[in-house]
Design a binder for this molecule. Structure first.
Ligand code: NAG
Ligand code: NAG
Ligand code: NAG
Ligand code: NAG
Ligand code: NAG
Ligand code: NAG
Length: 396
C-alpha cells in the first residue's frame, strides 16, 4: 500500500512491495493472523474486537525486568542515556513532598500502565531486530524508521514510568514494581494493532486522571503534566494508526475511559496473574477492580447499525437482566439490553444492538456489561456498575 504518507515517503519508488496489498509494513506472510479468533485483521478497512488470548500468548515465555540499562532502577548514567534516547528529560522542578491519597493511587495506576508499555515495546523491538517470524520488516529504510521510532518510544515510556514513581517516592508513597508480562500479539501487524488499542484506552483514561486531580486538589500540580503525556501518546498513536493504513487522527474528541477499564485490560491481556510484587502493587490491586473479560466476537466491524456479538465466562444466572453499555467519544454512554443470550456451561454468548452509524461512532468504543441499565451520567458511573469489560471495538 502507498496510501499512508509515511509509507509513501519511505517506500518511494520501491514498486515491488514485499507486503500484501491490504497489510501493514511488517506483514511477513504469516497469514495465520486472520484465523485467530477475535483479533482484528489489521487491514485498512478492518476494525474489530480486542479479544481472547491468542494461541501465542498461552505458553509464552514471560517478559521480565530489569532491562539491561537497569530500568526500573537505572543508574544516573543510564538515566542520562534514556533521556538522550527519549529526546528529553524528566521534569527538573522540585516534586511535591505531599500529595492527596487519591493522587497517589492515580500515579500508581499510571506507573503500572507505563511499565507494561515498556515491556510491550521492548519485546516488540526485540522481535523486529531478531527477525522473529511474522515480525520481519523487509525494507531496510522502513526497518530503520521503525527502529528509531520504537527506540524513542521505549525511552519515553521509561521516563513516564520513572516520573510517576518519582512523584510517589518523593511524596512518601509506595512506588510500583514491574510484573511479568505476556502479549496478545503474534506478528508485527497484530502488535501494532494491539498498540493502538491500548494506547486509545490510555488516552481515554488519562482524561479520567485529570478529572480526579481536579477534584482532589492536586490539579494545579499535575494536570498540565498529564496533558503533556496525553499529547505524547496521541503522537505515538498517529504513527500506529498510519502503519495500519488508518488516517492518523481518529476522532474530533477522543473516547473517554476510566481507570478500572485500563487496569482490567492490562490484567486480562498483559500481566501474568499473581506476578506483581511489592506493597505498591498490593495497594493498587486493593483499590482498583479487575473486571471479568468481555470478548467482542464480531469481526471487521464497520460504521453501520448492527448487532455486536459478545462472550463472557460466567455462572451468573440472571445475566439476561444485565445491560451492555457503549462508550464512544465524549458522548453520553449508550445502554442496550442483552439479547439472544445463549449459556453453555460457563460460557455465555449474547448480542447487543449498536447503532454505530446513527452515532457516527468511529474510533474506539468501550463496551461494558453492567449490573443495571443506568442511565449512566458519566463513564465513571458505568465503571462503577461494570461486571465484564472492557470490550474494545475499533471502527476506522
Ligand atoms: C544521582 O543523581 C541524584 C540527583 O542529581 C543525586 O542526588 C545522587 O547522589 C546521584 N547518585 C549517584 C550514585 O551519583
Ligand atoms: C515477541 O515474540 C515472542 C516470541 O514469539 C512473543 O511471545 C511475544 O508476544 C512477541 N512480542 C510482541 C510484543 O508481540
Ligand atoms: C536498531 O538500532 C540499533 C542501534 O543502531 C541496532 O543495534 C539494532 O540492531 C537495530 N534494530 C533494528 C530492528 O534495525
Ligand atoms: C483529597 O481528595 C479527596 C477526593 O478524592 C477530597 O475529598 C479531599 O478533600 C482531598 N483532600 C485534600 C486535603 O484536599
Ligand atoms: C473462558 O474460559 C476458557 C477456558 O479457560 C478460555 O479459553 C476463554 O478464553 C475464556 N473466555 C473468556 C471470555 O474469558
Ligand atoms: C430479571 O428481570 C425480570 C423481568 O424483567 C424480573 O422479573 C426479575 O425479577 C429480574 N431478576 C432479577 C434477579 O433482578
Amino acid at each position: 500500500m502507498r496510501s499512508t504518507i509515511i509509507s509513501a515517503t519511505l517506500v518511494g519508488a520501491a514498486a515491488a512491495s514485499p507486503w500484501g496489498p491490504m497489510n501493514g509494513w511488517g506483514y511477513g506472510g504469516s497469514s495465520s493472523s486472520s484465523s485467530v479468533a477475535g483479533w482484528a485483521q489489521p487491514t485498512h478497512t478492518s476494525s474489530s474486537s480486542y479479544a481472547s488470548a491468542t494461541p501465542s500468548s498461552s505458553g509464552q515465555v514471560p517478559f521480565k525486568f530489569p532491562l539491561p540499562n537497569g530500568f526500573p532502577n537505572p543508574s544516573n548514567d543510564s538515566l542520562l542515556q534514556i533521556e538522550l534516547a527519549a529526546q528529553g528529560t524528566l521534569p527538573n522542578g522540585a516534586l511535591p513532598t505531599s500529595i492527596n491519597a487519591t493522587t497517589a493511587g492515580l500515579f500508581q495506576a499510571i506507573a503500572f500502565n507505563e511499565i507494561s508499555e515498556v515491556a510491550f515495546f521492548t519485546s516488540l523491538l526485540s522481535n523486529i531486530t531478531n527477525d522473529v517470524p511474522g515480525y520481519e520488516i523487509q525494507q531496510k529504510v522502513l526497518k530503520d524508521f521503525v527502529n528509531r521510532t520504537l527506540t524513542a518510544v521505549i525511552a519515553q515510556e521509561e521516563l513516564h514510568a520513572l516520573g510517576a514513581n518519582g512523584i510517589l517516592t518523593t511524596s512518601g508513597n509506595l512506588p510500583i514494581q514491574p510484573c511479568q508480562y505476556v502479549f496478545p500479539s503474534f506478528d508485527f501487524d497484530s502488535a501494532i494493532d494491539t498498540a493502538r488499542r491500548f494506547t486509545d484506552v490510555v488516552l481515554g483514561t488519562l482524561q479520567d486522571v485529570q478529572v480526579a486531580l481536579d477534584a482532589d486538589g492536586d490539579g494545579q500540580k499535575f494536570i498540565a503534566l498529564i496533558g503533556s503525556v496525553i499529547g505524547q501518546e496521541g503522537e505515538q498513536n498517529g504513527f500506529y494508526r498510519s502503519l495500519l493504513d488508518l488516517i492518523p487522527s481518529s476522532n474530533p474528541f477522543l473516547t473517554r475511559s476510566a481507570g478500572p477499564f485500563l487496569f482490567s485490560l492490562l490484567n486480562q491481556y498483559f500481566v501474568v496473574p499473581g506476578s506483581c510484587p511489592g506493597p505498591g502493587n498490593a495497594a493498587l490491586f486493593a483499590a482498583v477492580p479487575v473486571f471479568g473479560k468481555l470478548i467482542v466476537n464480531s469481526q471487521d466491524i464497520t460504521l453501520s447499525n448492527q448487532y455486536i456479538n459478545f462472550e463472557v465466562n460466567s455462572t451468573i444466572t440472571d445475566l439476561k437482566n444485565y445491560s451492555v453499555v457503549f462508550i464512544n467519544q465524549q458522548n453520553v454512554p449508550v445502554v442496550k439490553p442483552i439479547e439472544n443470550l445463549v449459556v453453555s456451561g460457563n460460557k455465555a454468548t449474547f448480542q447487543a444492538y449498536y447503532p454505530a452509524l446513527d452515532l457516527v461512532a468511529d474510533g474506539l468504543t468501550i463496551a461494558a456489561v453492567t449490573k443495571n441499565a443506568g442511565p449512566f451520567a458519566s463513564v465513571d458511573a458505568v465503571a462503577g456498575a461494570t461486571v465484564f469489560g472492557p470490550g474494545l471495538i475499533e471502527i476506522n
